[in-house]
Design a protein around this ligand. Sequence first.
Ligand code: TTP
Ligand code: MG
Length: 374
Amino acid sequence: MKERTILHYDMDAFYASVEIRDNPSLKGKPMVVGGTVITTASYEARKFGVRSAMSVMEARKLCPNLVVVPVSMGKYLEISSKIKNLVLKLTDKVEFIASDEGYVDITEIIKKYPSKEYFALRFQRGIYENTGLTCSVGIGYNKLSAKIASDVKKPAGYHIFNDSKEFVKFIGEKNIKIIPGVGKKFQEILAEKNILTVGDVHNFSVYELISYFGKSRGEFLYCSSKGEDNRQVDYKRRVHSVGNESTFKYPLESEIEIKRELENIFHKTHERLVGKGLLCKTLTLKVRFENRRTITRSKTLENFVDSREILENTLENINESVDYSMKVKLLGISLGALTQKSVRQLSFSERELFKKKNSVDLLKEKIKKIEKND
Ligand code: TTP
Ligand code: MG
């Protein structure tokens, strides 16, 4: 199999960090985000043993000064799609596995950078400058090693596993629960066979593991303990345009007919644009005449839009420039130069605010050092 380089990122105390960013008086205090149940805890609260999924009542017993901030899901989702769009600017080979984490296949793009370390720092800095939030980054040679790497220096750190030798050495002495997918129940079953660390798995053959735990779990354990994981980063190709066409068995003759068909096609296309949560910047009209001659007419708008009115007017303008002296065999509309609706450009003041923060300066310094040594 071809050698790969995979990055995994995971935002630090995601919901809590957003709340602290938006209300700096919370900084340094043990706080959680939640109602009756905690979604996440700040790192200060974690020192008291406060964790996700714990009840607030239970947490207050551990930490009497705990500050509880209500959940603002809309806000976290908006920031989540902003982060996703930032990552997608690097490459479309991204698989988002939660609102605050994802895998990126950087096998190709890493070649343009001086080192993996440099890339990790640039990645973190990019996220921080645009959102004011820190993330942890792991770079490995497959998904498993990348995912575990991102947890090594949490929060705000990064770790790199260059090859399976390095990785297997690292996980060997660790508790078996370090392997994602090994939950509490499985851990108990494994303990019955004296498998407490990842290294303990090596005492068994793959056949023994399968006979104890079943085919899929047995194979999974065997491969994971040797640092093997062939899963691909499951990315979806980005949509570059949305469009619809209609071919007419009986070519259209009158302008009224043409207009009605165009309205139908526009309606379908516009619904798809809105349904996918996209904005567009260009509209293209395609017309094929009875003699098979095909023309396209495009207009690029000043801004990204999904407004039905603006797009309908644009279509009307373009359509007026078409000479319909011949019968029409096909009509098509496509909306291009797409972007996700949730992307919001940062205002200048917000950008400046984040630039003032210390950790960005630290990252910049580290990057400079690497550049000097290169
Ligand atoms: P996580 O990435 O698991 O946790 P986290 O980002 O808060 O902290 P860490 O620094 O350890 O990565 O989850 C991301 C968000 O998902 C988290 O901020 C809140 C939400 N969440 C819940 O709502 N319930 C839960 O049980 C968990 C684990 C997370
Ligand atoms: Mg997280």
